[in-house]
Design a protein around this ligand. Structure first.
Ligand code: GLN
Length: 486
């Protein structure tokens, strides 16, 4: 097989598989080799399904020989370890699930497999997807392939690092408050969080059910569009999945930006944003303007309450969702407890959950407790509506909203371990999309003076992923033409 890069994008691999220049089995072997080389440093995978992936690739090759083409034939995919894959351990990077195997495929996994994707392994993440650095994992931290002194972001850090290091074509992630978009920015890859309800959550281990979304990482927009196309759509197994038709995203990428209205929220470019990131985004905005887009200032007046609102609602939902891990039904059971159910459960949870998961269970239980419910939870629900209304109003005037993804270009390994609040605050640009249920896309647009990649975030109206992807495609082209904004 010739050099690494030629097979790195799904589009190239797909073409080569169709013309029989290469078979899926060879593609999988290629990625397995790269994983063998790189993963020991990066720690991006929790499990590599070498044998099964090769077997499944051979099955796809047989189908292709019999003339059965599939839209994702040739796609080598990794899956964040919070999404169920039949017969495989789903760990959520937590000791509490030790030994638990899924008995079914999540809907997204089943659909992608049916479309011809081969799953090469499961990826490391923060425990139950709680975190922004991938350091809250029972498997240890993942490192950023661009600079191993830095984290890849979180919580879907393993998925972002795997795509960035060329260990798979695409990887599934989940985004509750930014967990696809922030690591995509830190690792310099495309990260797509679809509209809430666009992709079924059936088979996703719940963190905060009203915010959780399954989405994807890829190194190209086309890759992300192809994955979304095959996994999106109504699912009878998830009552919150939306009965909205799924466009052929990958075919709609070439839309012109002439007349496109881009909204810039003043609140996102205020103090606290790294100066170089601001400069790079301003260059991108100028390029958009010169190619015919209209730039419009907008205001998201309640954005400053986003973090508080998110961390109240997300922890409340988490405390309820995580109650099922009681040492009886799933995974780890503490030893030596006799038959006292309460003690078994207390010990299993004490031993099984890591510090951040415990912190969130306690915070969430507190904001839901009688006496505090109205002051915190109910109030946060009302503020959530205000944040959604701000965005709805903005989208009456503009087609997309452009913002930074993170206030700083990167987080050094270990630097936020003792300061969870500081970690929470860094989510300020990503949580509004989750609170409002909107789709968000991050694309790499250049390299920061520190050497780390910088991403731009676009938000769009509900179910307008198609627009988002075509604008993202344009942004990447503009960045490329400029030789990467710097
Ligand atoms: N960083 C956020 C948190 O820790 C987002 C996590 C996520 O999107 N899963 O809650």
């Amino acid at each position: 097989m010739n050099g690494d890069l030629s097979w790195r994008s799904f589009a190239c691999a797909r073409r080569a598989v169709r013309t029989r220049e290469i078979c899926c089995e060879e593609l999988v072997s290629h990625f397995l080799e790269r994983i063998g080389e790189k993963n020991k440093h990066l720690n991006a995978f929790t499990f590599v399904r070498a044998g099964r992936a090769l077997e499944e690739a051979r099955a796809v090759d047989r189908d292709l020989r019999r003339g059965r083409d599939m839209p994702l034939a040739g796609l080598v995919l990794a899956v964040k370890d919070v999404i169920c894959i039949k017969d495989l351990e789903v760990t959520c990077a937590s000791n509490v699930l030790q030994g638990f195997r899924s008995v079914y495929d999540a809907t997204c996994v089943a659909r992608l497999r049916r479309a011809g994707a081969v799953i090469i392994g499961t990826t490391n993440c923060d425990e139950f997807a709680m975190g922004s650095t991938n350091e809250n994992s029972c498997f240890g931290p993942v490192l950023n392939p661009h600079d191993q002194e830095y984290v890849p972001g979180g919580s879907s850090g393993g998925s972002a690092a795997a795509v960035a290091a060329g260990l798979c074509h695409a990887a599934l992630g989940t985004d509750t408050g930014g967990s696809i978009r922030q690591p995509a920015a830190f690792c310099g890859v495309v990260g797509l969080k679809p509209t809430y309800g666009r992709v079924s959550r059936s088979g996703l281990v719940a963190f905060a059910s009203s915010l959780d979304c399954v989405g994807t990482f890829a190194c190209t927009i086309n890759g992300a569009a192809s994955v979304l196309e095959s996994m999106a759509g109504l699912d009878p197994l998830d009552a919150t999945s939306a009965p909205v038709g799924v466009p052929r995203y990958a075919k709609e990428l070439a839309r012109s930006v002439e007349g496109l209205k881009i909204g810039l929220p003043a609140e996102c470019f205020a103090d606290g944003l790294d100066g170089d990131i601001r400069r790079m985004l301003e260059s991108l905005i100028e390029e958009f303007r010169s190619t015919g887009a209209e730039i419009q200032p907008i205001s998201l007046a309640h954005m400053e309450y986003g973090i508080a609102t998110y961390y109240i609602l997300a922890t409340a939902e988490a405390s309820s969702n995580l109650a099922r891990f009681d040492g009886i039904r799933y995974g780890k059971r503490a030893r030596g407890n006799g038959s006292d159910v309460k003690r078994i459960s207390t010990r299993s949870r004490t031993e099984g959950f890591g510090a951040e998961a415990k912190r969130r269970i306690m915070l969430g239980t507190y904001v839901l407790s009688s006496g505090y419910y109205d002051a915190y939870y109910a109030k946060a629900q009302r503020v959530r509506s205000l944040i959604r209304r701000d965005l709805d109003a903005a989208f009456e005037d503009v087609d997309v909203v452009l913002t930074p993804v993170t206030p700083s270009p990167g987080i050094r390994v270990g630097s936020l371990l003792d300061d969870p609040l500081k970690m929470y605050l860094s989510d300020l640009y990503t949580v509004p999309a989750n609170l409002a249920g909107l789709p968000g896309l991050v694309v790499p647009v250049g390299t920061h003076p520190s050497g780390l990649p910088v991403g731009a975030q676009f938000l769009a109206r509900p179910f307008d992923e198609s627009r988002l992807l075509s604008v993202g495609q344009r942004a990447m082209e503009l960045a490329q033409q400029a030789g990467g904004f710097a």
